[in-house]
Design a protein around this ligand. Structure first.
Ligand code: KG4
Ligand code: ZN
Length: 358
């Protein structure tokens, strides 16, 4: 981690909306002074998915110690902070409460501004932490619970161009992994298995490809995976089975084709609306997938746009992105009151923007 400088702003970020307890300190000068993520994978693995009560309890057990370590690694005390940002939704509400209460308590005790950060805005703005990037840009947000194409016009200013009609991409990776017995968490397991698989072995659908809108649908693909996996003996076959690897590769190739089609179309639409050819920014946990990143790189190159993809560890859930969104919001004067209520559901378009209305 970089040493602290005389930066005008040090923001503590807290993330507890799913199964990662995370704390980080980021400066207004785009430095990540500390970035700690404590995964609860082992606690949820026996259940094959995230159990909300276990997640909330685990966040509660670990958040105070993690915040102390994040400050320690950053070489800062509470007195040197300029604000506290915590994920206030969307997410599993028990966990969100833990992070928000922790953030508010620190802010209240130290008289610091509190920033209630929308988790999706954290993902959406990460590329401005890692790259020198101006608004507007086209964002492909692909995570466990979300799949959308968004025109990012400013802090708090998001215009949704299209989204999934059913499952999120991360969810379809997770379900595919479960069906094939590849283990948990599903996304990285599918990517690993697919490396040794034949993407042409199974003929899977590419839902909505070629349609004149910017929406996604993955439930038909999931059903096709189940039927064909069953017929081929790949259900629960595990990572050592060639047929499971081939199905993983075929599934991933279908997802890549869909993303390529939708993003090509979105770049055109974005240009019509803004006069700008991209850039295309990819964010969220699924953006950690190397195969999909390579494919999006090709799409961008063919379309004459730049692709901006944060490093994988800043694509999956982390607190540096929350701290950075806090930096951006504090700069824009968008602080929040200490009675701000956490929101389990909180679409990007409902955010408060600089100079805008509530
Ligand atoms: O952004 P994230 O960490 O949490 C949410 O906000 O949802 O995204 C988690 C999702 C999970 O569905 C996980 O399987 C998926 O991102 N994911 C991946 C990869 N790494 C994480 N999907 C595909 N390939 C990966 N390498
Ligand atoms: Zn996320």
């Amino acid at each position: 981690m970089t040493a602290p400088t005389a930066s005008p702003m040090n923001i503590l970020g807290i993330e507890t909306s799913c199964d990662e307890t995370a704390a980080a300190v980021v400066t207004g000068g785009r430095e990540i002074l500390s970035d700690l993520v404590l995964s609860q994978l082992d606690e949820h693995r026996p259940y094959g998915g995230v159990v909300p009560e276990i997640a909330a309890r685990s966040h509660l057990d670990h958040i105070d110690g993690l915040v102390a370590r994040a400050l320690d690694e950053a070489g800062l005390g509470f007195a040197e902070l300029d604000g506290v940002a915590a994920t206030a939704g969307p997410g599993l509400i028990g966990g969100v409460f833990v992070g928000v209460m922790t953030g508010k308590a620190i802010a209240a005790a130290r008289g610091l501004p509190f920033l209630a950060v929308n988790h999706l805005e954290g993902h959406a703005l990460t590329a401005r932490l890692t790259h020198d990037l101006d608004f507007p840009y086209l964002l492909l947000l692909v995570s466990g619970g979300h799949c959308q194409l968004v025109a990012v016009e400013g802090v708090g200013r998001y215009r949704k161009l299209g989204g999934t009609l059913d499952d999120a991409i991360g969810e379809s990776f997770d379900k595919t992994a479960k069906m094939l017995g590849l283990g948990y968490p599903g996304g990285p397991a599918v990517e690993r298995a697919a490396r040794d698989g034949d993407p042409a072995r199974f003929d899977l659908p590419r839902p909505l490809r070629g349609r004149d809108n910017l929406d996604f649908s993955f439930s038909g693909l999931k059903t096709a995976v189940r039927h064909q996996a069953e017929a081929a003996g790949a259900l629960g076959a595990g990572p050592d089975s060639q047929v499971a690897r081939d199905m993983a590769a075929s599934f991933q190739a279908a997802v890549a084709d869909v993303l390529a089609d939708r993003c090509t179309r979105a770049l055109d639409r974005f240009q019509e609306q803004t006069g700008r050819r991209g850039p295309l920014v990819v964010a969220g946990g699924v953006a950690a997938n190397g195969y999909l990143r390579a494919r999006l790189d090709e799409v961008a190159a063919t379309s004459g746009a730049a692709l901006i993809a944060p490093p994988p560890r800043l694509c999956t859930d982390n607190a540096a992105m929350i701290a950075w969104a806090g930096v951006e919001r504090l700069r824009a004067g968008l602080t929040d009151p200490l009675d701000f209520a956490p929101r389990p559901r909180w679409p990007l378009e409902e955010l408060r923007a600089a100079g805008g209305e509530d």
